[in-house]
Design a protein around this ligand. Structure first.
Ligand code: SAM
Length: 217
């Protein structure tokens, strides 16, 4: 594990229970995020369902939602204590300690990948590689949903922001879409919650839904 990965893992483990309470209740009252997760689930179910990866799943509240929607879920995260909570929240899913840089899944093995605010600690240099690894594990015709702090302007700059846990990055939508396109994804839909809706930081919240081009084998 890299020094950076270790620091992210330790930081999330230190606040695991606090974060689980915060993130679980924030998701419950965020209609746009839930709607996009439900669209992702519907799209995956429309191609026959199966297993999806919750990449950077944290305490597993979204994994649990996806299981309730009828999907099988594998969750991967750097933070072991978060995964203890995830196993309690969602006993039927499989949770594995691991990094987005070396996802422990073979290529084309899942019908979809959901990355909910898990690339926010990934630097611009490492982002294309991390996104390409997510794309690699999705079957052709499968889906990827990526959520992150963003700008209303799709070409908005990459900015470092002072996240309470670890250094974090705010990306313009195009910074995320460009490497996804290069890795073989096409955009299906996006939703961007307006900056004024974030009273704390004034950040837009972007949710990008993409489909992998190519045969479903
Ligand atoms: C902001 S939290 C989001 C957690 C959850 N997905 C949610 O929506 O509440 C970021 C999560 O991503 C994980 N994470 C960040 N970078 C990671 C990496 N390189 N590999 C695996 N997990 C990572 C962290 O450990 C943390 O649990």
């Amino acid at each position: 594990m890299t020094e950076h990965a270790l620091s992210v893992s330790r930081a999330y483990d230190e606040i695991a229970e606090l974060y689980a309470d915060h993130a679980g209740s924030a998701f419950a009252v965020d209609p746009l995020h839930r709607a996009m997760v439900d669209v992702f689930a519907d799209m995956v179910l429309s191609i026959g369902g199966g297993t999806v990866l919750d990449a950077g799943c944290g305490p597993g509240h979204i994994s649990a939602h996806l299981v309730r929607r009828g999907l099988a879920v594998v969750g991967v995260d750097l933070a072991p204590k978060a995964l203890v909570l995830a196993r309690e929240a969602c006993p039927s899913a499989g949770f594995v300690v691991g990094g987005l840089e070396e996802l422990p899944l073979v290529g084309g093995s899942v019908a979809g990948v959901l990355s909910s605010y898990s690339v926010i600690h990934t630097s611009p240099e490492r982002l294309p590689g991390v996104l390409a690894r997510m794309v690699r594990v999705v079957v052709g015709g499968g889906y990827l949903l990526v959520s992150f702090q963003s700008h209303e302007d799709p070409a908005g700059p990459v900015e470092v922001f002072d996240h309470r846990v670890a250094t974090a990055y705010r990306y313009g939508v195009e910074h995320v879409l460009e490497p996804l396109r290069a890795a073989g994804m096409v955009e299906v839909a996006r939703s961007v919650l307006a900056e004024r809706e974030d009273p704390r930081r004034g950040f837009a919240q972007a949710h990008l839904l993409c489909r992998k081009e190519g045969p479903s084998v």
